[in-house]
Ligand binder design. Structure first.
Ligand SMILES: [Zn+2]
Length: 382
């Protein structure tokens, strides 16, 4: 059976305290090690639903001695965000105290690891992986986080930083199933996950994720160190991905059970759980670079209404949505159309009828061709 564990976070105000529950399936130290968390953006709960259905499957495998590797599950990783109820709204994306996005400013450990083991790195890939993982955990143990949020980041990274696979489950406001990864992971691990989950779009960062998202810092530790030590043999030892499980309201037993079944088959295919995964489903659409992602920024204020649903395939010039000036009496002339600047998949958008303001992101489209206005833009947009 899984072991149940708790991370206690330091109290921030007199009389309050929070903790993070996490579970281990299989044996500590067994490989491959997979780390899966949900709800770092605390109001994104489709991942928690998938894990709700996945955990009994893992417990059953564990009970039948079918766990080959280790799986760490953190069903709701962010108790700070869970507690942010304001006027009957759950505000889970930004820390109300620091206004920090909960999925930014995770720790880039490459400097601390370089300092600890730089001189001992060699041409031996396996030895380097072992050295780097231990140094990363040691660097985290040496840290003295000052508050609850920093403690959460340090303690969670201690669980994930030495994993072979890190999956961070999110969702968008109104979206098709998609995932973010990095170019080094594309062949093999990422495409396998994309095919197994049946995603509508796979977006990859090049050469790796620059943004300090949770998934970003876990995966990018390796190429960052490889760049610092070009003579050492440093492989991409961790495959990390931000998985966007559709829309915030896409939480039901059918989706939860099918996502869990797909994740379980992925674990079987990766050799974490014994069994037969069967043939890999076909990838629904080819992976596309972040530089080819068209991001629609609202040009003016009003309210928004969409012409296309999430998951729609569209062509350059197609109208995605309109911003309506509520006080303009001219009917159709009161509408400002926003059009796609690429051919691709509309994988994320907002809800119909919301307020729109200048600069607000109205949609994202996965396109194959790098776009001039996107080149040089940094990575993940979960
Ligand atoms: Zn998110």
């Amino acid at each position: 059976m899984p072991t149940r564990n708790k991370i206690r976070l330091p109290s921030m105000t007199p009389g309050t305290s929070r903790s993070i529950a996490w579970l281990r399936f299989g044996h500590a130290g067994a490989r491959p090690k997979v780390y899966i968390q949900a709800a770092i953006h605390a109001n994104e709960l489709p991942g928690a639903m998938a894990l709700h259905h996945l955990m009994p499957m893992l417990a059953k495998a564990d009970g039948a001695s079918r766990m080959r590797g280790e799986v760490i599950v953190v069903p709701t990783v962010n108790p700070i965000g869970q507690s942010q109820l304001v006027g009957n709204n759950h505000l889970g994306r930004y820390d109300l105290l620091s206004r920090d996005n909960f999925n930014r400013n995770w720790l880039d450990l490459s400097g601390a690891v370089a300092e600890r083991v730089g001189r001992r790195l060699s041409r031996d890939r396996a030895a380097n992986v072992d050295l780097i993982r231990k140094a990363a955990v040691a660097a985290l143990k040496a840290m003295e986080p000052a508050n609850e949020l920093q403690t959460m980041r340090v303690e969670i990274l201690k669980l994930s930083i030495d994993a072979d696979v890190v999956l961070d489950l999110h969702c968008d406001m109104h979206a098709a199933l998609h995932l973010f990864t990095a170019a080094p992971d594309l062949e093999g691990a990422a495409q396998e996950l994309a095919a197994e989950l049946g995603v509508e779009a796979t977006l990859y960062n090049e050469p790796f994720a620059q943004a300090l998202t949770f998934s970003g810092v876990n995966g990018a530790l390796w190429p960052r160190l490889a760049a610092l030590f070009p003579d050492a043999a440093i492989p991409q030892a961790c495959f990390s991905s931000t998985v966007e499980l559709r829309s915030q309201h896409d939480v039901n037993h059918e989706l939860g059970a099918s996502d869990a079944a797909n994740l379980y088959r992925y674990l079987v295919r990766r050799g974490v759980v014994a069994g037969r995964a069967g043939p890999l489903p076909r990838l629904k659409s080819a992976p596309t670079p972040i530089s080819g992602m068209d991001v629609g920024y609202c040009p003016l204020p009003g309210f928004i209404v969409y012409r296309l649903d999430a998951g729609a395939k569209l062509k350059r010039g197609d109208v995605v949505c309109e911003i309506i000036d509520p006080a303009d009496p001219r009917g159709p002339k009161a509408r400002t159309a926003m059009v796609s600047r690429t051919d691709g998949v509309l994988f994320s958008r907002k809800r119909d009828g919301g307020l729109a303001w200048p600069g607000m992101v109205a949609y994202r489209i996965a396109g194959a061709k790098p776009l001039a206005h996107r080149l040089g833009m940094s990575g993940l947009d979960d």
